[in-house]
Design a protein around this ligand. Structure first.
Ligand SMILES: Nc1ncnc2c1ncn2[C@@H]1O[C@H](COP(=O)(O)OP(=O)(O)OP(=O)(O)O)[C@@H](O)[C@H]1O
Length: 299
């Protein structure tokens, strides 16, 4: 019999995980898997459980939790010799990866959708030794957004960055940056750089409308606009899904970047504080095998 592991965070999503756990086991068992359940107790447990599942050559890993938990699981699955099929039940407040993959945001629907899933490849990003699914933000602003309350990040999505950006501009916090990418180099003063893998960032699905989960590219938005009116114009374009067209923004599609800055900056990785610049970021193209609902192809 095929083996599956359910990794769930009991504290995610208003503590609804325990309630849904039994139904996930029931559904996955009906899919002819023997299911083992692993409950996380704290940070990095999900990473450890996912890595163990790879070592034990488990066939299917199901995650249940918010983006934090799913990110930890992806960090356990990444670059292992055996890559199990992976899917998840989103229980967070933002659920960007689920949005990008077309996994229902309603947990009950997501559980039922497992039965009618098909395999889809998904890219992930690598920054130093960490892996991400959605976005890296670098700039004076990005460090500040890591401190922004989850609630505000959720409500405002990328607008939280723009609001912090406006404040940073008022404080004249420009940083000069050198970006080496596949086909060249970019050098200049930046306000904020966003490196996205998917179209959904902070619950907002129009930052990178052309980004596909399996396109094998990092979508880099270099916001070099430094005046308040210009920055607000960038914000308007962002809301229209046309940020790449703005004169205050340069857009690059690449498989890897090396970033150096005039002063050390924290990278905000999938909403949390990651390592500092200088950094190397690359895409691991079509690295994950994700079970997604059938309808993704028609989207
Ligand atoms: N048993 C636990 N109790 C408390 N925290 C835990 C437990 N297990 C794991 N964690 C930690 O909780 C963190 C946040 O979880 P997660 O992002 O899944 O939920 P969330 O905060 O509800 O989601 P979101 O951030 O989307 O609102 C994880 O990164 C993990 O390190």
């Amino acid at each position: 019999m095929k083996k599956a592991v359910l990794i769930y965070n009991p504290s995610s999503g208003k503590e609804l995980a325990s309630e849904y756990k039994d139904r996930v086991v029931e559904v996955v068992t009906s899919m002819q898997y023997e299911v083992e359940v692993k409950e996380t107790q704290g940070p990095k447990d999900a990473t450890r459980f996912a890595a163990q599942a790879c070592e034990q050559r488990v066939d299917f890993v199901i995650g249940m939790g918010g983006d934090g938990t799913i990110n930890e699981i992806v960090n356990g699955l990444a670059e292992q010799q055996h890559m199990p099929l992976f899917s998840f039940i989103p229980l967070g407040t933002v659920n960007d990866f689920a949005r990008a993959l077309g996994i229902p945001l309603d947990p009950e629907e997501a559980i039922e959708a497992l039965k009618v899933g098909k395999e889809q490849r998904a890219d992930i990003g690598k920054l130093g030794n960490d892996y991400f699914m959605n976005i890296v933000a670098i700039g004076e602003i990005a460090s500040k957004v890591a401190d922004t309350s989850i609630e505000s990040k959720t409500r405002l999505g990328p607008l939280a960055y723009l609001l912090e950006g406006t404040k940073a501009i008022l404080q004249d916090n420009e940083v000069s940056m050198k970006i080496s990418y596949d086909e060249g180099e970019w050098e200049g003063d930046i306000t904020l750089v966003l490196i996205a893998l998917t179209n959904s960032v902070g619950g907002f699905e129009r930052l990178a409308p052309d980004a596909e989960v399996d396109d094998g590219f990092l979508h880099v938005f270099i916001i070099h606009e430094s005046g308040i009116p210009g920055f607000l114009r960038v914000g308007t374009k962002l809301l229209q899904g046309k940020i790449a067209e703005d004169d205050g923004v340069d857009y690059i599609r690449t498989k890897k970047v090396h970033i150096e800055t005039s002063q050390e900056l924290f990278c905000n990785v999938d909403g949390d504080e990651g390592t500092c610049t200088p950094v190397d970021i690359q895409v691991l193209a079509q690295h994950l095998r994700v079970l997604v609902p059938e309808k993704l192809e028609n989207n």
